[in-house]
Structure formats: C-alpha cells, structure tokens
Design a protein. Structure first.
Ligand code: NAD
Length: 359
C-alpha cells in the first residue's frame, strides 16, 4: 500500500498510531487527516513532522467536499479511522456533535471509499481471500458499545451491542455502518473495540490526565458517585501497536477486542496515582488524598467494563508490553516533563495558534 489516510491523527490515540505507522512503513505515505478540534494538537507529532513519509491535511469528516479534496490528491489505498468526538460527558451536553462527527462523518468516509475503490463482489460479509485485499477500511472503536457488565464476565467480540450514552450509541452506529458497507458493497473492513486508554498526550478532561494535572496544582480530584466504577486500562502505545499489527496481519471482515487485562475501580486508580505522584513530587505519603472529591454521578453511568482480548492474543500473539504500574509511571513522568504542553492545551493556546495557521 502506498498511501494510508489516518483520520484523527492529531488526537490522543491517533498521534501514537500515526507515529507507529510512519516509523514502520518508510515506503508508504501516511496522511494525517484531522480537523484540529479542541482535542487535536499537532504538537503531539512534533518529533515526526519532518519525516519524508508523513503529511498533514486539515479536513473535517463531516464535510464531504473537504474529504473529496484529500481523496483526489492521494487516492488512498487504506483508511484507518479514529477521528471522533470522544468524551462521554460532552456527549451528554451536546449529543448532536457526536452524531454529526461519529455517525455522519464515518458515513462520509465510507461513501468516498466506496466511490474510489473497486470493491470486490467476491466476498462473504466483507471477508475476502487474502490475495484480493487491495484496500482496507479499518475502523477504531470502543468497548463502550457493549454497555455495562455486572460484577463478573467480560466483553467478547460476539457480545451484543447495548450502548448507554450518546457517545457510545454514536460509536455503535458507526461500527454498524462499517459492517453494513462490508456486507452490502464488499468494502474490505476491520473493526477493533478497545478499553480505556491512558498515556502521554491525553487531553486533561479525562480521568487520569485530569488527576495528574490537579495533583500537580493541588486542585480537587473529582470522582463520580462512590468511586466504584470499574474500567479496564491500556497504555496508549500498546493500543497503537495493536492497531498496526491488526492492520498488517488480520483478515478482513474481522473484529478484535483490545484490552489490558487490567481492571481498576476509579477510587483505587486515583489512590495509585496519588501514591506514585506524591513520591515523585517529594510530598509526604498520602499528602494528596485530601484532594479526593466525590461528585454527583454522570447520568446513565456504566458500572463496569471489562474486555476479553484473548482472540487477539491467540490469532496474532499480541499482548500489552507494560504493566499498569509501569505505564502509569511513564505517563506521570511525561506530564511532569511536559508541563508546557499541559498549560497550552488547558488554556487553548495551541488551538488559537492552529486556527490562525490553517485559516
Ligand atoms: P481524541 O478526542 O483525543 O481525538 C480525536 C481526534 O479527532 C482529534 O484530533 C480531533 O481533532 C479529531 N476530530 C474530531 N472531529 C473531527 C472531524 N469532524 N473531522 C476530522 N477530525 C476530527 O480521541 P481519542 O481518545 O484519541 O480517540 C480516538 C478514537 O479511538 C475515537 O474514535 C475513539 O472513539 C476511540 N477510542 C478511544 C478510547 C479512549 O480511551 N480514549 C478507547 C477506545 C476507543
């Protein structure tokens, strides 16, 4: 493949995915297509911006004419689709933004792929003999499409969808559209659904970077409800490596769950963060625990998510490369070394700069 578009490449996960693809595919042009919303930041890719096989194209997936311009310029062989509105709390206050970007934006991309690619009629539900895989639409999704678990059990690739928030419903709709284009038109596709990511470049509205930022600044650490909500956490670089490996090796028509085999209740996670950060900041043990503040619960809050990533491990041999404690330590170190990044994204400085740069 000569040209691969990665959408949402300026965001948290997308920037790590772009780096992984640029470094491992020197003969392929990696096109980072991103609208640079509040969550997109080209500063995340400073270290690779001059690589000969990397280009950035500012385009909004909700605007078909902007996508068409990029498709005509590069005639892409594959699309790795991460661009999305991604924050559940924002989806509760502004669901339409999520429907526009996550549902309509995905449909716009699929329509252009359908138009630009010669789709193969020789398929069963988007599965093709390997030698006929010329193109690929790889859709990145979330485990939140599966809804909430009780105290036991895991999400499998075969678990029925039961999304509970406007965010997860919009992602579920986009997953369905991708499979429908595979089944109906013979679009070669792969979908992967991942658990919560953490790591460098995470926008500080999400739990871990918010708490890191607030522990540094001795501000309250907001925890929903009783703090017993349980999530599986995966280091973002391990997710990016999984995406690259799936892109290269998985059969079309497949779905993979990606997770860290690493469940934490929010309250325990925040206490682990406090333990590591108080030590690094040379504060007395437990010093920052006074910052923990329980806040009113989010409506429709899912109790527990837990991913079973056995299929990915069995089929492709993938497993996380770091333990949670190691990944968290790397993440904290990154935020402590990049306080300026944190200040600039929190103040909106980068967004102001890029809106002038690309206007
Ligand atoms: P993010 O919010 O950090 O980044 C999203 C990126 O998409 C940003 O760069 C933004 O500028 C871009 N974008 C938004 N709207 C756009 C539009 N209309 N046109 C073009 N670009 C647009 O999100 P993230 O956390 O990196 O998540 C990336 C993907 O991974 C999403 O599809 C999300 O659903 C999925 N996912 C995230 C997690 C997680 O824990 N963060 C877990 C599983 C799956």
């Amino acid at each position: 493949m000569k040209n691969i578009i990665i959408t949402g490449g300026a965001g948290f996960i997308g920037s790590h995915v772009v780096r992984e693809f640029v470094k491992n595919n020197p003969d392929t042009t990696i096109i980072n297509l991103d609208a640079l919303t509040y969550a997109g930041n080209l500063e995340n890719l400073k270290d690779i911006e001059n690589e000969p096989n990397y280009v950035f194209e500012k385009a909004d997936i909700t605007k078909p004419e902007e996508l068409r311009r990029v498709f005509e310029k590069y005639n892409p062989d594959a699309v790795v689709h991460l661009a999305a509105e991604s924050h559940v709390d924002r989806s509760i206050t502004d669901p339409m933004a999520f429907i526009n970007t996550n549902v309509n934006g995905t449909a716009n991309l699929l329509n252009l792929c359908k138009e630009f690619w010669t789709l193969n009629p020789d398929h069963t539900h988007g599965r093709f003999p390997d030698e006929k895989r010329n193109n690929l639409f790889y859709h990145i999704s979330t485990d939140e499409v599966y809804g909430s678990l009780g105290e036991t059990g895991f999400f499998l690739e075969t678990t029925s969808y039961d999304p509970q928030s406007p965010y997860s419903a919009s992602k579920a709709a986009s997953d369905h559209l991708v499979r429908a284009y595979g089944n109906t038109y013979g679009m070669p596709f792969i979908v992967s659904n991942c658990s919560n990511n953490y790591g460098p470049n995470h926008f500080p509205e999400k739990l871990i970077p918010l708490c890191i930022s607030n522990i540094i600044n001795e501000k309250p650490l907001p925890i929903y409800g009783d703090g017993k909500y349980t999530r599986d956490w995966l280091f973002v670089i391990d997710h990016a490596k999984a995406i690259h490996q799936i892109f290269k090796e998985a059969k079309t028509g497949e779905t993979y769950n990606i997770g860290g085999f690493n469940e934490w209740q929010n309250i325990d996670l925040v206490k682990e963060l406090i333990k590591q950060m108080d030590a690094k900041l040379e504060r007395p043990e437990g010093y920052s625990e006074k910052l923990i503040t329980f806040v009113k619960d989010r409506p429709g809050h899912d109790k527990r998510y837990a991913i079973d990533a056995t299929k990915l491990n069995k089929d492709l041999g993938w497993k996380p490369s770091v333990t949670f404690e190691e990944g968290l330590a790397k993440t904290i170190d990154w935020y402590l070394e990049n306080k300026e990044w944190l200040e600039n994204v929190t103040s909106g400085n980068y967004q102001d700069y890029y809106s002038k740069q690309y206007s």
